[in-house]
Ligand binder design. Sequence first.
Ligand code: KG4
Ligand code: ZN
Length: 325
Amino acid sequence: MIIVGIESSCDETSVGIVSNKNIVANMIASQDEIHATFGGVVPELASRAHIERITPMFNQCLKEAKIDLSQIDAFGVVNKPGLKGSLMIGVGFTEGIGYTLRKPVYNINHLHAHIAACYTDINIQFPALGLVVSGGHTTLFLIKNYTDFTTLGETRDDACGEVFDKVGRMINLPFPGGGYVEKLARKGNEAKIRFPRAYIKDSLDFSFSGIKTAVYYYISKHGLKNKSDIAAGFQKAVVDSIIKKIDDALKMYRVKSILFGGGVIRNNYLREKIQQYLSKKGIHVSIPEEKLCMDNGAMSAILTEYMIHAGLKPQPYIIDVQPTK
Ligand code: KG4
Ligand code: ZN
């Protein structure tokens, strides 16, 4: 079975192809250079870049995988959550091509797809916990099987990657700041500055904006002399609060595995701390390889294949939309 996955929810255009659960192609065009000068993603520019890139990328991806249009069995396209204009490009493109080829098109949840990036790991057992830490979301799931997700908690303010990016900006690092903050933190002493961690009681929700504000006040008072200690102290505060929430969730739910996804899980300090903490618990940990952590088409193709195996139905084609008056 050959599935094509499309992802255009934010600032990466991506097409991935999965053949019988193996990733045979996964092309990603990042827009970092377009948005860097603005210090954040500009939605209109993101949509325009998706329009320019999606068709050539689709053709190139099929060529690389040596797959002909007639061999495609189904499509999966991320349709939420994300930037509306960006999502529309991927959904419109996929609906059009699916309808033309008379092949099913599955709507894929962006966050569930980030978790599905772990499904190449054959040792996953359910029930599982899932945590997506990305630039737009921080969401904890209970996962009963490959396609059954229940949201247990999410951020009440900034997303985890968003605070990395905002703190990166405060210490004059390029956008997106996450990877640069991690690099700088390696040179710093994480024990030198203790930033407060917000903790929401009786809930599995997260909160990161307080840590960001604390960094802001620290810099206003002390300046940027010890940037690397600021980065290390900030990173530790974020990682500590993530681990505390996972700990709370594990007290409430008996799970066999824990699956991670999203751009922030590329952070090696976070990966190490999670492995260290979970190794004592005897729970299987699954973290995708780096390329599969960021927004990519293969993750939506993988989830589509599992949805097909679970007997889930594709959505009908949107061909009768009335123009708004
Ligand atoms: O999942 P993703 O590619 O896109 C969204 O769906 O948001 O995540 C992008 C986010 C950005 O905020 C970026 O700064 C962050 O992931 N990120 C990192 C690292 N690499 C990327 N954050 C912390 N440490 C990293 N090494
Ligand atoms: Zn994402």
